[in-house]
Design a protein around this ligand. Structure first.
Ligand SMILES: Nc1ncnc2c1ncn2[C@@H]1O[C@H](COP(=O)(O)OP(=O)(O)OP(=O)(O)O)[C@@H](O)[C@H]1O
Ligand SMILES: [Mg+2]
Length: 294
């Protein structure tokens, strides 16, 4: 990833106060429209810790990148199917990512569903996917199956986001092998950093053995509550540990996210004017600005 940081992104004329990450808050420029589309950059949203905001971030980053004119494919890679539910698409009696992994459906286009958000498509998942690890364990090149599936549709998209399950098993290794970049959502709570070393180690192993080009696109602080000293202290620790790899965009805690998930819509549809929608727009801009997305 080429970090093209330049100070022009700081609003001229006044000094921006430090943001939650302790750095001056930059205003990322609205991204220029794309003149052509594809091939996609594949980003895995990954953290083996449960409930840190992987699915919420996949839904809402997908929606805000789509809003910015990027063609986005979101891949539900968790047997819980929360991404599919959160985007309001059916998961039963439709081809899913499981069928593509097993090869019972050969053409990924048959499994792609257009969501209600223009430019945002999804490949759904359901509980069948929980059997995939057992079925695939004896396959030749079992770690590269997802990569081979996604290669067939890469040309039609600018970005493919993979919503990983909370584990470091074979499915997650498939996601990391298919990915150009990894985004790690971290909940701003006391045990946030537990397990991140193991995750980074896993990414390093995948880089060594399977996918030399994989990059860490960033660590995204989620569920930040500025009113608590606790949240601020955790974020300080995260920045101390990971420095520049922590994205400047921070997602605050708000009940709008669970509400939007229940409604089966991204926050940009459910509450387009809410600051939570703006935060994910800012994330989309930051990732485009950093070069993680075209
Ligand atoms: N910024 C936020 N503020 C408040 N609630 C949030 C926020 N982000 C996510 N949530 C809620 O927290 C719960 C867990 O979030 P989410 O499902 O995105 O995490 P996850 O990492 O995908 O979980 P899992 O590991 O189980 O897949 C959900 O109920 C979601 O609505
Ligand atoms: Mg999830």
């Amino acid at each position: 990833m080429t970090a093209q940081r330049d100070d022009e992104a700081v609003l001229p004329g006044f000094e921006n106060p430090p943001g939650p990450t302790g750095r001056p808050q930059r205003v990322f420029p609205p991204p220029p429209p794309l003149k052509s589309h594809g091939p996609a950059r594949v980003i895995a949203l990954c953290n083996q810790k449960g409930g840190v905001g992987k699915t919420t971030s996949t839904i809402n980053l997908g929606a805000t990148l789509a809003e910015a004119g990027r063609r986005v494919l979101a891949v539900d890679f968790d047997p819980q199917g929360a991404l599919s539910a959160g985007l309001g698409v059916p998961t039963h009696d439709v081809p899913t990512i499981y069928d593509l992994l097993l090869g019972t459906v050969k053409n990924p286009h048959e499994a792609i569903i257009h969501t209600a958000v223009p430019n945002l498509d999804i490949i759904p998942a359901n509980i069948d996917l929980s059997a995939a690890e057992v079925h695939l364990v004896n396959e030749v090149a079992r770690e590269t199956i997802l990569a081979r599936v996604l290669r067939k549709v890469s040309d039609q998209y600018d970005v493919i986001l993979i919503d990983c399950q909370p584990s470091l098993g074979l499915l997650t290794v498939n996601a990391l092998t298919a990915a150009h970049g990894v985004l790690i959502p971290l909940e701003c709570e006391f045990f946030a950093l537990r397990g991140v070393a193991l995750l980074v180690e896993t990414i390093d192993k995948v880089r060594d053995r399977l996918n030399p080009a994989i990059e860490l696109d960033g660590i995204l602080a989620t569920m930040y509550d500025s009113r608590t000293l606790h949240s601020r202290e955790v974020l300080e620790r995260v920045v101390e540990t990971f420095g520049d790899r922590v994205l400047e965009t921070v997602i605050t805690r708000t009940v709008k996210f669970p509400d939007a998930s229940v409604a089966g819509a991204p926050i940009t549809t459910f509450a387009p004017e809410h600051s939570a929608a703006e935060a994910y727009r800012q994330l989309a801009r930051e990732l485009i600005f950093r070069g993680a997305v075209a």
